[in-house]
Design a protein around this ligand. Sequence first.
Ligand SMILES: O=C1C[C@@](O)(C(=O)O)C[C@@H](O)[C@@H]1O
Length: 253
Amino acid sequence: MNSVVVRNVAIGEGIPKICVPIVGKTREEILDAAKKILPIGADVVEWRVDWYEDIFDFEKVEETAKQLREVLGEMPILFTFRTSKEGGEKAIDTPVYVELNQKISATGYVDLVDMEAFTGDDAVKAVVEEAHKHGVKVVASNHDFDKTPAKSDIIYRLRKMQELGADIPKIAVMPQNKKDVLTLLAATEEMVDNYADRPIITMSMAATGVISRVCGEVFGSALTFGAVGKASAPGQMGAGELKEMLTTLHESL
Ligand SMILES: O=C1C[C@@](O)(C(=O)O)C[C@@H](O)[C@@H]1O
């Protein structure tokens, strides 16, 4: 299994990495949130730009990214526009979405970009190609906020992301019962055991799925999302508590 190294953080090695989302609407809120994340000891920050009021004005996006980089120093930044189709705050036309991810990759302020895997193969490949030109890693993602697909379908989606050239395939699904959580975990284990040659990220959302956010080291999910302040998805626990749990578990493995 190859790990993905971003600014000295090796995703895919040892304890799952903790990523804290920022869901501020204004530049001030975004930078404030970043300052609050710093003391927690998280590994990665996700800037959920679909929440940002000026997201369609690239000059402002670039300036905010620059200031965010200044606040966060060496902490890796994942740039994510989560579309309304997959549970995010705003809709975006595909060409604009592709261009946004390509342009931010070229700035040098972010380390990873999130690209929804089922946007269309050409769109995903275009983002992967441009990101890689600038040394930026791509997290391909897929979200199902209603249900948990069959195990074979989850594996199919993760393999497809890998084939499209994503550095880290990721899937978040909603459980309707406890068996669905087991399905997600079984898919994770099977993907890592049989198909993955790179780190993957999986989670089962909401309260029923919360166990999936702490057991990544056992079943094979390389990163987990924890909140500082406002959560970006149902089921995220506090990043500080998450860190303690992951550390305790790690020491017993
Ligand atoms: O894809 C994900 C995972 C997530 O949806 C979660 O369930 O923790 C949170 C999002 O911010 C992130 O982009």
